[in-house]
Design a protein around this ligand. Structure first.
Ligand SMILES: *[C@@H]1O[C@H](CO)[C@@H](O)[C@H](O)[C@H]1NC(C)=O
Ligand SMILES: *[C@@H]1O[C@H](CO)[C@@H](O)[C@H](O)[C@H]1NC(C)=O
Ligand SMILES: *[C@@H]1O[C@H](CO)[C@@H](O)[C@H](O)[C@H]1NC(C)=O
Ligand SMILES: *[C@@H]1O[C@H](CO)[C@@H](O)[C@H](O)[C@H]1NC(C)=O
Ligand SMILES: *[C@@H]1O[C@H](CO)[C@@H](O)[C@H](O)[C@H]1NC(C)=O
Ligand SMILES: *[C@@H]1O[C@H](CO)[C@@H](O)[C@H](O)[C@H]1NC(C)=O
Length: 396
């Protein structure tokens, strides 16, 4: 009893230390950090593995015109109506795994409490392995705000681009922390044929274009993907989404250039363009549709499922005339009052809408249980439209 209490105390000490950013602390933690690579083989309807790579802050036309990204698009499907959901970075990353950004309008050291679930909870409920790969994260499970290049001081790993880390359900679990690794971990898992079935890849602040340009981001992506696209183990029934977190120009619509690639994209579609309206919530709905997962009961439920996936499921694209029509009116470029909003955080985390059912996919029983006693209002509807009106709060 005393011994297990001692071990528990040690474990929580280790978790508290993983946010330290002084080099001596980081190197000490690096020496003992645990990483793990769970594998699973749960067949999906359209793909057996999903990998997304996020690049940074580039307007649609500029990214489309990058020669490396254009060459990659020819080997897959270009998405011409894919939107970020707000500005700046962190809320977009958060949205893609948690189904909302809770009014987040900043890149601070924000934490979502443990009762906010994410894609990780949905995947684990079905025994589907997952991982996060962050280039230049100093060790698996590093929870600090940033880890710059120790020689040059240049930005490298940043918390704001590490979406699963922003959820305490993940960052307070030693097991889950061990599945958040760097790109060295990616190459180890690739070589050992231990890649997870779902993963999120963030290049460092140079590689992803944030501190550089779309030319650097395009070159990095091409260098990273070209050998992988020839790797049979990697490619087999894999769907890769290359996207950008947000459009660079805040006053413009938040459309971002995105590409779907990999063995799960039929060759007959290579070089084509899909103009269906998607946004970062489509990353959740497409994965949910593929494995018939439960949902988070937030904006994930109504989001359009990627056509290459929907062809294998009963999901049909929902049109959004305002987006595809002659005078687009939706921008998805603002924030709104919410738990993480810097102007008005007096609004509680909305309750997931447990009544939403999309193609027989229900809200996760875990989510339903966690929120059963909440009297917070629910704002979520089964729709692709997230009205800009919701994004225009008093005080902005
Ligand atoms: C990646 O993480 C491992 C430990 O998890 C560490 O040993 C290694 O130095 C890290 N690599 C980089 C490039 O930061
Ligand atoms: C970022 O990653 C690239 C390789 O992908 C590497 O060359 C570079 O040193 C890393 N860090 C910085 C700050 O550029
Ligand atoms: C969003 O775009 C609209 C239309 O261009 C603009 O009026 C508004 O100021 C933008 N919002 C932000 C936060 O930049
Ligand atoms: C941002 O994306 C929109 C598409 O919605 C695009 O028309 C625009 O060119 C981008 N912004 C700029 C300044 O290029
Ligand atoms: C915060 O936002 C809510 C919801 O829009 C609103 O009811 C409330 O009045 C706002 N509070 C402040 C201080 O602006
Ligand atoms: C979720 O957790 C937060 C932080 O611990 C707490 O304030 C809130 O009441 C919880 N919500 C529910 C529905 O339990």
């Amino acid at each position: 009893m005393a011994r297990s209490l001692f071990l528990l105390a040690l474990a929580s000490l280790a978790l508290a230390q993983n946010t330290a950013t002084a080099p001596s602390d980081v190197y000490a933690a690096q020496a003992t950090a645990k990483s793990s690579s769970p594998v699973s083989f749960v067949p999906g309807l359209a793909f057996d593995r999903f990998i997304t790579i996020w690049l940074e802050n580039t307007d649609f036309e500029k990214a489309k015109g990058d020669p490396n990204l254009a060459a990659l698009a020819k080997q897959g499907v270009a998405l011409s109506n894919y939107f970020g959901v707000t500005h700046p970075s962190e809320p977009n990353y958060m949205a893609s795994v948690a189904g909302d950004n809770f009014g987040n309008d900043n890149d601070a050291f924000n934490k979502l409490p443990a009762n906010v679930s994410s894609i990780v909870d949905l995947l684990e409920a079905r025994g589907i392995s997952w991982g996060e790969y962050q280039e230049d994260m100093p060790y698996a499970g590093f929870g600090g705000y940033a880890w710059p290049n120790q020689k040059t001081g240049a930005n490298d790993y940043v918390y704001k681009h590490s979406p699963l880390m922003t959820l305490e359900a993940n960052s307070k679990s030693a097991r889950r922390l061990s599945q958040m690794k760097n790109l060295t971990g990616f190459y180890d898992d690739l070589a050992a044929h231990k890649l997870p079935q779902w993963s999120f890849i963030t290049p460092n602040m140079t590689s992803d274009g944030h501190d550089t340009s779309v030319t650097t981001a395009g070159t990095w992506t091409s260098n990273f993907l070209t050998p992988l696209l020839k790797n049979e183990y990697f490619m087999r029934r894999t769907l890769i989404l290359v996207t950008f977190d947000e459009n660079h120009t805040y006053s413009a619509q938040n459309r971002v250039f995105s590409i779907l690639l990999g063995g799960a994209v039929p060759p007959s579609l290579h070089g084509t363009t899909d103009s269906t309206f998607y946004n970062h919530y489509s990353e959740l709905s497409s994965v949910q549709a593929n494995w018939h997962l439960d949902t988070l009961g937030r904006w994930d439920v109504g989001a359009n499922v990627f056509d290459v996936v929907a062809r294998h499921t009963l999901d049909r694209p929902r049109s959004w005339d305002a987006v595809t029509g002659a005078t687009p009116t939706v921008f998805l470029n603002q924030s709104y009052p919410g738990y993480l909003n810097s102007v008005n955080s007096s609004v509680p985390i909305p309750k997931p809408n447990i009544h939403l059912v999309r193609n027989t996919r229900i809200v996760s029983p875990l989510v339903q249980l966690q929120w059963a006693r909440s009297d917070a209002p629910s704002i979520y509807k089964d729709t692709v439209e997230i009205p800009d009106a919701m994004h225009i709060p008093a005080g902005y």
